[in-house]
Design a protein around this ligand. Structure first.
Ligand SMILES: NC(=O)c1ccc[n+]([C@@H]2O[C@H](COP(=O)([O-])OP(=O)(O)OC[C@H]3O[C@@H](n4cnc5c(N)ncnc54)[C@H](O)[C@@H]3O)[C@@H](O)[C@H]2O)c1
Ligand SMILES: O=C(O)[C@H](O)CO
Length: 386
């Protein structure tokens, strides 16, 4: 028998029981649920990662919907428990949903929500920050200062890479990859090479227009290229940032062989998912190539790092904080809550998950729709005409 988990309850007499497996930033998401007659139960258990048993205990005998986290294993067991409790909706508070077995949800008729768009720029900004931190050796230099080692300016002290005029490579030029590419092209006048299964037409047009603008100002223009293979990006780019989804096709996309293809002084950034990179091979590569640098937000065995990574001076590591701006995290909570609420209320699914702004406007009621449900087609859910 699972141990009971501690919870905080809002609107105890609400008709629909909605659970959030974690406290989430802001209060708008709670108020939106309460306004629509939901009893909101927030798990306040101290442990960071809840087990399947903990979540089963939270779901109990009657539960209309759950807002969960990317650290949780949403598979057959949890969807069956939610379905038995009468639940029809689950939403990750994340855009990535590789922790969710969507087929298992489909079998139980549970809608699965995610939170696209609201985190695009915030995540791209962290990828840009890691690119700069790695290129200019900011963490190493900071540690040096704090250790009291600075005793005067020197020509060779913490020499790094200039980005201007170099080539930025993007693997996975979707929402975040494209936003990152624009930042690096416009901010640092880098050329772009990208690899994606689909053509990033808007991104290409942006770089073309910016290149023309620079030329008309008498400056060196910037160029773009869509690579026909990932290896082409790895061979040509000076800074490479990974932004694909994690699935069978992207697991260990970066491995011993692909690392060997990259320039010796290249910079690799990963703000997608840890298993996109073979981290053991990466540690070995960092050891063998001290001028090769990485910026990592995600790790293969999160929250752990593979042995040796923490000791590498040529690695900048941060704990999966790419979407961690106040506005974004509050918006993610709102989108996740509205996904669950919308399904409970029988609303249709919003037609364009890339345009979720109407749900984020605090001065107007949100549209009567679920912002983003990934299994809309499989469940045959109606789509909003708004
Ligand atoms: N570190 C973080 O905190 C953080 C924050 C947000 C998102 N993410 C991760 O970033 C991912 C991307 O988010 P998004 O909103 O840009 O999603 P998106 O769907 O807009 O973009 C993903 C892109 O990857 C491409 N892709 C898929 N398979 C590929 C392959 N084999 N090779 C090359 N490209 C491939 C897709 O065509 C798509 O363009 C999420 O799935 C999530 O895992 C991480
Ligand atoms: O997929 C996501 O949304 C992130 O990893 C957390 O923001």
């Amino acid at each position: 028998m699972a141990k009971p988990v501690s919870i905080e309850v809002w609107n105890p007499n609400g008709k629909y029981r909605v659970i959030s497996t974690k406290p989430m930033p802001g209060t708008r998401w709670i108020n939106l649920l309460i306004e629509q007659d939901c009893r909101v139960e927030i798990c306040t258990e101290k442990k960071t990662i809840l087990s399947v048993e903990d979540i089963i205990a939270l779901i109990g005998n009657k539960c209309d919907g759950v807002i969960g986290q990317l650290t949780e294993d949403w598979g057959d067991t949890l969807f069956a428990a939610l379905s038995r409790a009468g639940g029809k909706a689950f939403s990750n508070m994340a855009v990535g949903y590789n922790n969710v077995d969507v087929n298992a949800a489909n079998k139980c008729g549970v809608a699965v929500g995610n939170t696209p768009g609201v985190l695009t720029e915030t995540t791209a900004e962290l990828a840009a920050s890691l690119s700069l931190a790695a290129a200019r050796r900011i963490v190493e230099a900071d540690e040096f200062m704090r250790a009291g080692l600075y005793d005067g300016w020197l020509p060779h002290l913490f020499v790094g890479n200039l980005l201007k005029g170099q080539t930025v490579g993007v693997i996975g030029a979707g929402r975040i990859g494209s936003a990152y590419a624009r930042m690096m092209v416009e901010g640092f006048k880098m050329n772009l090479i990208y690899y994606d299964l689909y053509q990033a037409t808007r991104l290409e047009k942006f770089v073309t227009a910016y290149g023309e603008f620079l030329k008309s100002n008498g400056e060196q223009p910037v160029y773009w290229k869509r690579a026909s293979s990932m290896d082409e990006v790895l061979r040509e780019a000076d800074v490479i940032s990974l932004h694909p989804v994690l699935d069978k096709t992207t697991y260990h996309l970066i491995n011993k062989e692909s690392l060997a293809t990259m320039k010796k002084e290249a910079i690799l950034v990963n703000c997608s998912r840890g298993p996109v990179v073979d981290e053991v091979a990466l540690v070995e590569h960092l050891k063998q190539n001290p001028m090769f640098r990485v910026g990592l937000d995600v790790f293969e065995d999160e929250p752990f790092m593979k042995p040796g990574l923490a000791e590498m001076k040529n690695a900048v590591v941060v704990p999966h904080i790419a979407s961690a701006s106040k506005w974004t995290r509050e918006g993610m909570a709102t989108l996740a809550a509205l996904n669950v609420l919308g399904k409970i209320k029988g609303y249709p699914v919003w037609g364009n998950p890339n345009q979720v702004e109407p749900f984020l406007n605090e001065n107007a009621p949100p549209p009567a729709a679920c912002p983003s449900i990934v299994n809309t087609k499989a469940l045959g859910l109606p789509v909003s005409k708004l």
